[in-house]
Design a protein around this ligand. Structure first.
Ligand code: FAD
Length: 448
């Protein structure tokens, strides 16, 4: 191909880009979420490589959803019409050392962004258990890591660019848009297509990760506050058998005088002598480095390494947020259900998250403990046990994770969010005809 033919070919390819399916799949090979438990209602997936292509596509469609990295376990991302993917828009737009922010294309994953930031001397405040997920998809569902003083990942957002239903561009910032901004950040994909996100950054830091085995439940009960505040980020893994926390993962910053000593004993739990997977029987090969070996923040904050299949793979997930002051009671309540829970479980994880001001964040104005369940991939069995868990946690005003499986009624769910009526008004302003709504949003948010 000579240069002229090549340019003509590329021009035609770019012009057609927005109307060509992203990947051709063999017939019968349906588009699914990461876990494979949701077969999306359409296979029509179109890529966009620029703001203009997004605007053009949005204007043309009567209904669409944006698909991120497909890591949600429920139908929050589903569409019966068309999907737009921002996967080709995965660049870093600007790093501002004065404002201490980074602005990125919304299709970027944490796995791409984090090493870039570290290379430039910066860090994000926290990461989820894996880096494979898109920044936009994560922030819009209030995805979180752990740490008493760490807000969820959406709390790092300081600016958003959104293409609204009419194809217009809305620019929102924490500084100038106050409550509207706080309503839009955890937007559940209902406000439009996020095309650009600005995140707070801080100077890069080094961490050490230690794992302890066999923390007795009575020691957890007596010392939970001390355990959770012992390091920057703490996760407790349990299968709810034998009245113990199987593994305690301590992620400690070596700066700020916060270094964790890594003593052989931690409230009766014993320091592991090799790297472990949260499910002890599985190989730790896909897990981040432990044993106190120092490393950059982005290789210690997630549990799973980029480039490997995270978690167990064939699984389902649910997670419940309980106000932090009820942590011990809530954990013990689930322990009381161990006979119903354990047979269907791969592992549970308990984390803490700081309060925030984002309207639809489960941590809105309350710090939380989260109780997470990685289930065997058996939906009929999991569907039976979720209402039992939700009933047990109901006295603590439990809120489910937006991107995971739950059975709470929409009426109950809506009643848990005091700013929801304002959120609905905000969504109606940006999307009056419901172009970005799907069955999940209609049911759980808009009550239609
Ligand atoms: C193995 C595994 C581990 C996980 N670990 C954690 C964890 O540690 N902590 C936690 O909180 N969650 C965790 N999750 C859940 C998951 O990361 C979140 O639910 C997150 O939303 C997934 O992001 P995504 O891009 O894959 O979203 P998708 O499922 O692709 O989409 C989610 C929502 O975001 C919307 N969306 C995506 N991109 C855009 C955009 N550009 N503009 C507008 N809307 C958009 C979609 O329309 C949809 O509503 C985990 C999931 C898996 C599979």
């Amino acid at each position: 191909m000579n240069k002229r033919t090549f340019i003509k070919f590329m021009t035609a390819a770019i012009a057609d880009y927005v109307v060509s399916p992203l990947f051709a799949r063999p017939p019968g090979n349906k588009l699914t979420n990461w876990a494979g438990n949701i077969e999306y209602s359409t296979d029509n997936l179109y890529p966009a490589a620029s703001l203009e292509q997004v605007r053009k596509f949005v204007k043309k469609q009567t209904k669409l959803k944006v698909l991120g990295t497909r890591h949600c376990f429920n139908t929050i991302a589903d569409s019966k019409n068309d999907f737009l993917s921002l996967k080709p828009m995965d660049g870093v737009i600007a790093l501002d050392p004065v404002a201490r922010t980074v602005t990125v294309d919304a299709g970027i994953t944490y796995g791409l962004l984090a090493p870039y930031l570290h290379g430039k001397g910066y860090a994000l405040h926290n990461l989820a258990s894996l880096p494979h997920i898109s920044v936009a998809g994560s922030c819009t569902t209030a995805t979180h890591g752990s740490g008493e003083k760490n807000g969820n990942l959406a709390t790092a957002v300081s600016g958003l660019q959104i293409v609204t239903a009419g194809g217009d561009v809305a620019e929102l910032s924490r500084e100038k848009d106050g409550e509207t901004f706080r309503g839009a950040v955890v937007g559940l994909g209902a406000l439009g297509v996020i095309t650009k996100i600005t995140l707070d950054v801080q100077p890069t830091f080094t961490m050490r990760q230690y794992v302890y085995e066999n923390l007795h439940l009575s020691d957890m009960r007596e010392n939970l506050d001390a355990i959770e505040s012992s390091a920057y980020s703490v996760s407790l893994f349990t299968d709810w058998q034998d009245e113990r926390i199987n593994e305690v993962w301590i992620k400690s910053r070596v700066d700020q005088g916060q270094a964790f000593a890594g003593a052989p004993d931690f409230f009766g739990a014993k320091l592991a002598t090799k790297n472990l997977h949260p499910i002890a029987e599985l190989s730790a090969e896909n897990c981040t480095e432990q044993m106190g070996v120092p490393g950059p923040w982005y290789e210690r904050l997630p549990h799973f390494r980029m480039g490997f299949t995270p978690s167990a793979g064939k699984e389902l997930q649910s997670e419940y947020f309980v106000p932090r002051q009820h942590a011990v009671e809530a954990i013990l309540a689930i322990q009381g259900l161990h006979k119903q829970v354990s047979p269907h479980l791969l592992i549970s994880e308990i984390r803490t998250i700081a309060a925030d001001e984002l309207w639809l964040s489960p941590c809105y104005k309350q710090s939380c403990v989260t109780i997470h369940f990685t289930w065997k991939q058996d939906w009929p069995a999991v569907r039976e046990v979720l209402p039992v868990i939700e009933k047990e946690l109901a006295p603590f005003n439990v809120r489910p994770h937006w991107g995971k499986l739950f059975t709470m009624s929409p009426v109950k769910l809506r009643s848990m969010y005091e700013r929801l009526p304002e959120f609905v008004r905000l969504a109606n302003k940006y999307d009056p005809q419901g172009k970005f709504r799907n069955d999940f949003l209609d049911r759980n948010i808009f009550g239609t």
